[in-house]
Design a protein around this ligand. Sequence first.
Ligand code: AMP
Length: 278
Amino acid sequence: MQETFTIAQLQEIILNHKKAGKTIGFVPTMGALHAGHISLINKARAENNFVVCSIFINPTQFNDQNDLIKYPRTPELDKQLLLNAGCDILFSPTVNEMYPVKDERIFDLGGLDKVMEGVYRPGHFNGVVQIVLKLFDAVKPNRAYFGKKDFQQLAIIKYITKQLNLPIQIIPCETIREEDGLAMSSRNIRLNSVERNQAIQLSKALFFVKENAPHLSVKELKQKVNEMLSCYDLIKTEYFEIADSETLQPVDTVTPDKTVACIAAYVGNVRLIDNISL
Ligand code: AMP
């Protein structure tokens, strides 16, 4: 596996492989890699001849500076995991490489950024789109892989890719969970053991909703989830929403395969998100 730090060097390597007729699969990440990220690398490897992974903690998507400072960083372990997974290039640029001048672009995201995460993390998705477009431009992949774990992010990336007619296929990937159901997240390593025990309740609540969606109303489902989570002193729910999987707007009734239940909560000081398709 090669590691590059500059867009120029990255493009030089990729161009040679493109000339040889290879397809490029791209997995953008912020590092502190786990089995969820590696499942994206594996899918990219299975569907392309050449796999690029980027690790870049993007400052423009952090609305909370403390969250940026505390974001986990495990560069040596990341390299080992990518090497083992058969990744071809790791792109780890500096902030100056990606943002040589201030990025002032504001994107119209069709209202997808106005609900759920958008309410609690203003500007977050605009920052995500800024960096993803810069990375797409640097890598020019045939396919790019995004986890359903970040459901709203995936919807927004699909939208902007269509809006700008980018010749890139966006490939959604299933959420990988710990054995007890907790969705894998780089932030999980910041949980202490008491918080880790309570964190399971988020996925438990989502599994409960999936099981009961056929016979309870949306209102009842929301009430039950709030009751379930209020028993845990370290959990502070920001939102629990049942929404249309495409528009992300809240719904009053569940339509199988077209509805998603999404949750965001602090467990101690760690903010976690998760979702399930109903
Ligand atoms: P991040 O490093 O958190 O920006 O995540 C990079 C990519 O990995 C995003 O497309 C995420 O949705 C995806 N991802 C993160 N956690 C998981 C997971 N548990 N299962 C599947 N994909 C994930």
